[in-house]
Structures are given as C-alpha cells and as structure tokens.
Design a binder for this molecule. Structure first.
Ligand code: GDP
Ligand code: IMO
Ligand code: MG
Length: 422
C-alpha cells in the first residue's frame, strides 16, 4: 500500500493526530491536504503531549518529509511559531516542505473572521476565529497571497496592498478601525526568514516519491460533516476534509490512493454551532465530556457530546470510500451499563437512514436508538483484541455490520501506545 489517507468521519477531533503519528512511522512522506490552523491534532508520545496546528503529525519521526500541500491555508505567524517551538525542543530537522501554491493566512484574515462572526450574532457559525473562511474566500476570489509569493521582491508591497483592501471592508462594512498596513507587514516580515526557505514544488516531490515507490500518508484535518459541500452548511469549515480533498493540490490522483482510514470516536462530539441529532444535553453527555476531556484543542471550548450516529458514519464512509475504520476513545464508554447508538431517524413520520444535512431538516430529525450492553471494564491497558470484554467486541461488531466495514484499529487511550491493531 503506497498511499494511505486518514480522514475524520465526524465533526473533527476524532483522533487524527494520534493515528497520523502512529501510521506515519511506516510512511516516508506525511502530508496535510486541506484546512489550516483551525486544526488541533494531539499526539501523546514518549511522555510528551504535542498539539499540532499546521505541521503534520509525522514530524516527530526522524527521516520523514512532511508537506503542507496546495489545499492548506497557512497562517504564517502560527507556522513560524510551531517551527520555532519544535526547534527549541530539538525536534525540527527541516523536514518540512510548504507548497508554493498554499495560500497564506495573515492577521488580517483572523480579524475578518472575528468581525464576521460578531456581525452574525445569533447566527454565528462558532468558527475557530483562525481566519480560515476569509483566507479561502480570498483564494477563490483570486486575490489571495500564496507561499510562493514570499520568495518575491514585492511581497511586502502585496501584504500592505491587502491591508489597504481589507480596510475598506473593516471600516465600511464592519464599522471597525483601520489597520496600519505597515504594522501588518511588521508582524509578517519576520516570518519570511523562517518560512521562505521551506517553500517549494510539493507536487513534483510527491510525483517523484511515487515514482520511487515511497509511501505517503495523507493526514486529514476537520471531519466529513464539516465539509463545505457534504457537511451541515453553513455550519461547516471552508475546505474539503473528505478523501477527495487529498486529491486536490497534492499531486495525487484517484489512481494513487490505496487505503482510506475513516476515524470515528465511539461516540460523537462537535465544537461550534449547527445541528447534532444525537447530542446528549443531560448527565450522560456531561459524563462523556469529563471522561473524554472534551475541550477544544485550538480554542478550549467545551465540545458538545452525544451518541454514535451510524447513519452519519455510513454517509461519511461512502463519500470518502473508507476501506476501514479506526475507532477511538472507546475507553470513554468504559463505565457505562448501556450505550445508545443511533441507527436511523424519524423525520416527517418516516423512518430514514440516509441523512439530509440541511440544518433545517437535520435539526428536526429524531434519532432512533439501539441500546447496547456496556462492558463496564477498564480497557485502557488492553493491547490484544483477545483480552477485550465480549460486550466490547459486540459493540465493535454492531458498528462493522451497520457500516459494512472492518474496524482495523481501536484506540483505547490518548497515548500513542494505547492502540489495538486487528
Ligand atoms: P484530532 O483533531 O482528530 O487530531 O483530535 P484532537 O487531538 O483534537 O482530539 C482528540 C483528543 O482525544 C486529544 O486530546 C487526544 O489526546 C485524545 N485521544 C485520542 N485518542 C484517544 C483515546 O482513544 N482515548 C482517550 N481517552 N483519548 C484519546
Ligand atoms: P481538527 O482537524 C473540530 C469547526 C469550528 C466551527 C466550524 C468552522 O482538529 O479535527 P472554521 O474555523 O474552520 O471556519 O470553523 O468548523 N472546526 C473544527 N471542529 N475540529 C477541527 O479540526 C475543526 N476545525 C474547524 O468549531 O464549528
Ligand atoms: Mg482537533
């Protein structure tokens, strides 16, 4: 298998960072294909916790090349900070390539994100306020700046020009103060020295790696239900977390993709606004939040918690062509006597299994639950499938039968070693 993609099957935070770190050890190149510093990917390895925003989670393995491909939006301040942080821990060996085509997120985009959210009031999306939407909007409006522009003499001029253009919006539309273009440049300029040497032709590198028989891992960001097209629009992000997103701007084509690992929690979480049919607003949801430490990696917001939603998981599987599932955070359910799993919805008097992600429709769907028996056993120390309680195995089988996919990896704890490969 030369190309594997790790794809979030839910609303993000499924444990992609952990999985990308583990699978990264058997791959030569690890690439991020979509999203930006709205992502927060946690890796706990050798007693240290890392929270990556832009740098692929493969960076902890020596001798791998990590890439930020065309579809990623790169916050220059965040990336420069991440690199500096890793350098200080002696964990940055320069094995990072930023596609010259990757669009840049400047402080201006973050400001625009905040103004836009605040102007929306009750209809706010609850973004991470990391400038993601505005940066992708500039990309598609064809006024964005790309990593390759950092190598050009007029980069400072173009940053100031962008600040002047944003000022028209900031003052005229949002009623905010003007930014000083020189001050914006003063913030951005020091990052050029750190980032510009890492900019290159990532597509060429990927094609050459394939020709040389090297193995590539695509690390997804966000999750399928946040996809701009397939998700609960407008309560989505501005990119394509699905496996198709890994074929845009990476140099990979559909012919190259061999394995797509869908990552799902054993329950469901969501950060930000938007419909969430299986959300549990009671004690059990609160219990999941505490047991699973469900607080946003990027913003620290409490994550909304609820039960596993199999119609949505099957939807995600079909859209990305999952070849298998990795089920994470099963340990969070260790104490439960009964575990609810959504198997269908009641909608307009009908029982349906194909979800309609239009928020107005999905919000009115009532989940139909199966009550499965919990295993009521601590599982975090288990490493062999044979040692898992039988109710645990039944839970896995129930999911496999519904989604028609094998669960190939089970994550029973946050640490990289707390993993069962089947
Ligand atoms: P990502 O965005 O998909 O990489 O996921 P995040 O890192 O944002 O959120 C997942 C959280 O769950 C992190 O705090 C992980 O350390 C933690 N985690 C991952 N797998 C497991 C697991 O199997 N059990 C428990 N208890 N925590 C896990
Ligand atoms: P990872 O990669 C969870 C959510 C935000 C908000 C919506 C739009 O760590 O799984 P944005 O800032 O992208 O414009 O926000 O998307 N969101 C995430 N939720 N995990 C993420 O990334 C997310 N990235 C964005 O909370 O609801
Ligand atoms: Mg996350």
């Amino acid at each position: 298998m030369s190309v594997t993609a790790v794809v979030g099957a839910q609303w993000g935070d499924e444990g992609k960072g952990k999985l990308a770190h583990i699978l990264g050890s058997s791959h030569d190149l690890i690439l991020r294909y979509q999203g930006g510093s709205n992502a927060g990917h946690t890796v706990i390895a050798d007693g240290t916790t890392y929270k990556f925003k832009l740098i692929p989670s493969g960076i902890l393995h020596e001798g791998k090349l990590n890439l930020l491909c065309d579809g990623v939006v790169v916050n220059v301040l965040t990336l420069a900070e991440e690199i500096t942080g890793l350098r200080e821990r002696n964990q940055f060996r320069g094995e990072l390539l930023i596609s010259r085509h990757a669009h840049l997120v400047l402080p201006l985009h973050c400001m625009q994100d905040v103004y836009f959210e605040e102007a929306k009031g009750k209809r706010a999306i609850g973004t991470t306020r990391r400038g993601i939407g505005p940066a992708y909007a500039d990309k598609y409006f064809r006024v964005g700046l790309r990593a390759g522009d950092m190598l050009k003499d007029n980069f400072g001029h173009r940053v100031r020009e962008m600040a002047r253009r944003k000022n028209v919006l900031f003052t005229g539309y949002y009623g905010q103060a003007e930014v000083d273009p020189d001050q914006v440049w003063a913030q951005v300029e020091p990052t050029v020295e750190i980032l510009a040497p890492l900019v290159g032709d990532s597509t060429k590198v990927v094609r050459q790696a394939l020709a040389d028989g090297r193995k590539i891992l695509c690390e997804g960001a966000q999750g399928t239900l946040l996809d701009i097209d397939y998700g609960t629009y407008p309560y989505v992000t501005s990119s394509h977390p699905v496996s198709g997103g890994a074929l845009l701007g990476t140099g990979l084509s559909w012919r190259d993709l061999d394995r797509v690992v869908g990552i799902s929690k054993a329950y469901t979480t969501r950060v930000g606004a938007g419909p969430f049919p299986t959300e549990d607003l009671g004690e059990e949801g609160e219990r999941m939040r505490e047991a699973g430490a469900e607080y946003g990696t990027v913003t620290g917001r409490p994550r909304r918690c609820g039960w596993l939603d199999l119609p949505l998981l099957k939807y995600a599987s079909q859209l990305s062509g999952f070849t298998e599932l990795a089920l994470t955070k099963t340990d969070v359910l260790d104490d439960l006597a009964k575990i609810k799993v959504c198997v269908a919805y009641q909608s307009n008097g009908e029982t349906i299994t194909w979800p309609d992600l239009d928020p107005d429709v999905l919000e009115k769907c009532t989940p139909v639950y199966e009550n499965l028996t919990g295993w009521e056993t601590a599982t975090t120390a288990i490493r062999q499938e044979a040692d898992l309680p039988s109710a645990f195995k039944d839970y896995i089988r129930f999911i496999e039968d519904y989604v028609e996919l094998p669960v190939s990896i089970i994550s029973v704890g946050a640490d990289a070693t707390a993993t069962i490969f089947r």
